[in-house]
Design a protein around this ligand. Structure first.
Ligand code: FMN
Length: 200
């Protein structure tokens, strides 16, 4: 697939069949995610991949309520996705890397010293690579926020305390095309969004 065609084609899907994602395909998608840039080449992001039903069922049990599951029309079938990946940002890896000789000049000693937390940036870049690779494999994905029970989810899957899931990515074979309320918003005019040489 041509690169710009792929970007234009990418969008979030919220309904999946239970058809499994073949292992080699999943492997390619995950490998792509590890190819992202990272500050100081810290690579301070991990991925928790849930691709077995008991693990997936546990995740959904904690991540969403029965009430929402019944009521949502935009996300019916999200929980059928055969794969859910939690991209995990690890600030400690950055604190450690930036205490090394070639980086210590920056004086980024505690998390609060970082004007922008690079661990979230790097983890998001990696996640974007995953989303694009999903398109390249003719699958669908949804990146979604975790709004409840994050500590319980971390506990259930033995995620170390210092790792923060930036959200979750459901991956699978999309079954329908219902857009969320957000996706119905119009795309911004590029002329109002891209500023050449001066902002205004
Ligand atoms: C940080 C972030 C959080 C998001 N959280 C959710 C979410 O919780 N639920 C959801 O359905 N979509 C979520 N989305 C998807 C957006 O709604 C979607 O990207 C946007 O509407 C544009 O649609 P498109 O990605 O299909 O082009 C999220 C996207 C991002 C980047």
């Amino acid at each position: 697939m041509e690169y710009y065609e792929l970007l234009a084609k990418r969008r979030m899907y919220r309904h999946f069949s239970r058809q499994p994602v073949p292992d080699p395909v999943l492997k390619r998608i995950l490998e792509a995610a590890t190819r992202g840039p990272s500050a100081g080449f810290t690579q301070g992001f991990d991925f928790l991949v849930l691709n077995q039903r008991p693990a997936l069922d546990k995740f959904w049990e904690l991540a969403i309520t029965e009430d929402w599951k019944e009521k949502t029309t935009s996300h019916q079938g999200l929980w059928n996705a055969p794969v859910v990946v939690l991209p995990l940002a690890n600030p400690d890896a950055y604190l450690s890397r930036y205490s090394e000789k070639d980086k210590s000049y920056a004086n980024l000693v505690t998390e609060r010293d970082w004007p922008i937390p690079f661990w979230f940036i790097d983890t998001a870049f990696a996640t974007m690579l995953m989303l694009n690779s999903v398109v390249n494999e003719n699958l669908g994905a949804l990146f979604f926020g975790l709004f409840r029970n994050v500590d319980l989810i971390k506990n259930a899957f033995r995620i170390p305390d210092t790792f923060h899931p930036i959200g979750a990515v459901a991956i699978g074979f999309p079954t329908s095309d219902t857009k969320s309320s957000s996706a119905k918003r119009p795309r911004r005019e590029q002329s109002s969004q891209i500023h050449f040489n001066t902002f205004s």
